[in-house]
Design a binder for this molecule. Structure first.
Ligand code: MUC
Ligand code: MG
Length: 403
């Protein structure tokens, strides 16, 4: 028997992959410690199998390469030039083998890999006519409490927004983006919002790496007094010692969450060993896909670290994929923030995931359970015509004011 005769016939061969950048405006400017965005530019991947099934994947960054090293343009380039040619012809059902192949041809570039892996999982699940969570261990959650980020940069507008969300019973967990102002200004901003909410909602702050260790040690206690219970990435991505010393000294009413610092399973292992945080923010893009998100979550569970269902402000494709993997995770969870679709002026699916009574309900259809509308893809496609170039310019990242 020849070696090739031993090869199993791939049942779900990857036939074709297409990727494009969309430019979708946000409903209002969304302000971070490092700048402000007024559009999102997700990379959308479409992947066809030999049996005709088609799946969608997505990788969204924030403000080009401002959040981390990858940008929509670098993701598109990595997919078109390296990842798509490498996985073409492979069996999409062998997801670990796809990841190995992508690692062999391309170091890093986790966002780009996650978009391809996501599209492969969606396509395989659709081909088998099952929800994607069935391929990921099965669901342990039917829904997850859904947070909203208050990031208009203005306390009065943030309070109005929070009141509306409470009134329509959509969100009662709010994440406040701080770190662009001087810390005293941030404490005043958070305190104003906390006073207005008066215990009706829980509050997280995301500092997106803006503080050094001393600033964090000084101002975190003031924010705890104001009512904040979860502190996301207060210090630089590399500053694990400051993260660990903060974690060791916080009272039991408050928790430290790693975001930018925890990407690979190796990062997770290091943080677990040094007891640098209480919670990991899980995001499929930064971990390099759904399978590796599960690997990071397994380390969290083994180390008694909680998990939080994070977002990179994806459309309904990436948000639904995230919901599917989060729904399979055991261990202590601290809610999710898959509100990306609601921050965008429009979406690219027939129907968004259901939000019911402060929770996001897991969709149950085949694949990730959301149906993409091709005309919407075309409408926001950056490559479509000169028209989009206008709003691309207007939506370009504006730098945060120095303090
Ligand atoms: C981040 O750093 O967590 C998630 C929610 C949001 O408003 O921004 C993102 C990015
Ligand atoms: Mg964050």
């Amino acid at each position: 028997m020849t070696a090739s005769a031993l090869q199993p016939t791939p049942l779900l061969r990857i036939d074709r992959i297409e990727a494009r950048i969309l430019d979708i405006p946000t409903i209002r400017p969304h302000k971070f410690s490092f700048g402000s965005i007024s559009r999102q530019s997700p990379v959308i991947v479409q992947l066809w199998l030999s049996d005709g099934a088609c799946g969608f994947g997505e990788a969204a960054t924030i403000g080009g390469p401002s959040w981390n090293e990858e940008s929509p343009e670098s993701i598109l380039l990595a997919i078109n030039n390296y990842l798509a040619p490498a996985v073409k012809g492979l069996d999409a059902g062998r997801v670990e083998a796809l990841l190995q192949k992508m690692d062999a041809v391309c170091k890093g570039n986790r966002f780009a890999k996650s978009a391809v892996e996501m599209a492969a999982i969606d396509a395989v699940a659709r081909s088998m006519n099952v929800p994607a969570y069935q391929l990921l261990g099965g669901k342990v959650h039917e829904s997850l409490p859904l947070a909203w980020t208050l990031a208009s940069g203005d306390s009065v507008k943030d309070i109005e927004e929070a009141e509306r969300m409470l009134e329509i019973r959509r969100h009662r967990i709010f994440k406040l983006k701080i770190g662009a102002r001087a810390p005293e200004g941030d404490v005043a901003h958070v305190s104003r919002i906390a006073r207005a909410l008066n215990g009706r909602a829980s509050m997280t702050v995301d500092i997106n790496q803006a503080w050094d260790g001393n600033t964090a040690r000084r101002y975190v206690p003031e924010l705890i007094d104001a009512g904040v219970t979860l502190f996301e990435q207060p210090v630089a991505q590399w500053n694990e010692e400051a993260l660990a010393s903060l974690t060791a000294t916080l009272p039991h009413t408050a928790l430290v969450m790693a975001d930018e610092t925890v990407c690979s399973p190796q990062d997770a292992m290091r943080l677990a060993k040094s007891k640098a945080c209480h919670v990991f923010s899980l995001k499929i893009a930064k971990h390099g896909g759904l399978i590796r998100t599960r690997a990071v979550a397994a380390i969290a569970q083994a180390a008694d670290i909680g998990w939080y269902g994070g977002t990179m402000l994806e459309t309904s494709i990436g948000s639904a994929a995230s919901a599917h993997v989060f729904a399979t995770l055991p261990g202590a969870h601290h809610n999710c923030e898959l509100f990306g679709p609601q921050l965008l002026v429009d979406d690219i699916v027939e129907q968004r995931m259901e939000l019911r009574d402060f929770e996001l309900v897991l969709p149950d259809g085949p694949g990730f359970g959301v149906e993409v509308v091709p005309e919407c893809l075309a409408r926001f496609d950056r490559a479509r015509d000169g028209l989009n170039a206008v709003h691309v310019d207007m939506g370009r990242m504006t730098a945060a004011k120095a303090h």
